[in-house]
Design a protein. Structure first.
Length: 201
């Protein structure tokens, strides 16, 4: 097995775990959706079980990605991002990154609602950063509830039970960066000065 193939194979487990946690799924939920046993899913994610086509195909369907995206196949040299659109708990989710591991970027569109939804907070490993593009986003984070408008941002540890929905009756659009536990988004407060600094005298 050459090094490129070995790298892809060794990375399948972490990619599967990252995809599952980024979508807020439990192993039990994925097992129910795919028919794959809990023990097999756990061994796949830990690298103790070699992935086969029979296992990867239903997982790709459950996560709404292609087989190439699921296993992290080598890129073809085309710099364009193949934006994948999925539906998750009534929201339209557009993946803005090709990588299934590391920090992923997503655009969420929550449809207009006639009455506020009942929050159903969930927790999972990871760290999330949100930026509201339009509308008002209702964010329930533990015992705290916030209403974020366009241009506002929030970041939080996703091990804290959280839920997002409409704060008003209009559709809401927001961007989300999701990363593994302990990996936060680093936001620069102001741009670096491109001018050379004077040499000390």
């Amino acid at each position: 097995m050459n090094q490129d193939v070995r790298t892809v194979v060794d990375g399948i487990g972490p990619r599967l775990r990252s995809l599952r946690t980024s979508r807020g799924h439990t192993l039990t939920a994925v097992s129910s959706a795919t028919g794959i046993s809990l023990s097999t899913l756990s061994r796949l994610e830990s690298g103790q079980r070699r992935a086969t086509l029979e296992l990867l195909l239903p997982l790709a369907g459950a996560y709404g990605v292609s087989l190439d995206e699921l296993v992290g196949g080598p890129r073809t040299g085309d710099p364009r991002v193949n934006m994948r659109t999925t539906r998750h708990r009534g929201a339209t989710v557009i993946s803005l990154t090709e990588k299934a591991s590391g920090i992923g970027a997503f655009k969420y569109i929550l449809p207009a609602v006639k009455r506020p939804a009942t929050p159903t907070p969930q927790a999972h490993d990871g760290y999330e950063w949100l930026y509201v593009l339009s509308g008002r986003l209702r964010l329930v984070l533990g015992a705290t509830e916030l209403s974020l408008g366009a241009g506002e941002a929030a970041e939080f540890d996703t091990r804290v039970p959280h839920w997002m929905g409409n704060a008003g009756q209009d559709a809401v659009e927001f961007l989300a960066l999701f990363g593994p536990q302990g990996e936060k988004a680093h936001v620069r407060a102001r741009p670096s000065d491109p001018r050379p600094r004077p040499e000390p005298s």
